[in-house]
Design a protein around this ligand. Structure first.
Ligand code: IMP
Ligand code: MG
Length: 171
């Protein structure tokens, strides 16, 4: 495992994201929707730096992927608060092909939020294939499988305080 982002770098990146978001939504209230399970660490760190009146909702997206291959995507909105008439910011751990973010935004739009934007901690370089861009990005990373700070491999490593790339032999 090779460390790509140390805890101090992650801290700075989250501060940067928070500044952008505080600036964009200045004077408005916000509903932050975290994508389970990968966004939990970012969500906890980020919302404590947001200064507007804030609600938190959760959605679950599971793609059943065990390697870098994407599997079938399942979305559950059972834990979601009502988004009608709200400014909504969707938070995910990583933007890879973009299909998860695209599907989630389509799903959330059905609840008629006033606005819907997105923030991700990481964006993988050169992988985008869906017609969507995240509005806020913490870090651009190379096309490698990464774990830590919420991101998993086979449900492990979410607790690491850094982001590390796994070697092919570890996948
Ligand atoms: P996308 O739909 O291809 O953009 O993939 C996004 C989802 O796949 C993320 O929410 C992650 O759960 C997962 N994912 C993509 N790349 C990685 C990775 O390098 N490590 C861990 N999970 C990943
Ligand atoms: Mg995920």
């Amino acid at each position: 495992m090779r460390i790509l982002l140390k805890p101090e770098q992650l801290c700075e990146g989250v501060e940067r994201l928070a500044r952008e978001i505080n600036c964009h939504y200045f004077g408005r209230s916000l509903t932050v929707v975290g994508v389970l399970t990968g966004s939990i660490v970012l969500l906890a760190d980020l919302i404590r730096q947001l200064e507007m009146p804030l609600r938190v909702g959760l959605v679950q997206a599971s793609s059943y992927r065990h390697t870098s291959e994407a599997g079938e995507l399942k979305i559950s909105t059972d834990l979601l608060t009502d988004l009608h008439g709200c400014d909504v910011l969707l938070i995910d751990d990583i933007f890879d092909t973009g299909h998860t973010l695209l599907r989630l935004t389509q799903e959330l739009r059905q609840q008629s939020p006033t606005s819907l934007r997105s923030a991700v901690l990481l964006r993988k370089h050169g992988r985008k294939s869906a017609a969507i861009e995240p509005d806020h990005v913490g870090f651009e990373i190379p096309n490698e499988f990464v774990v830590g700070y919420g991101l998993d491999h086979r449900d492990l490593f979410r607790n690491l305080p850094y982001v590390a790339a796994l070697d092919a032999s570890e996948l």
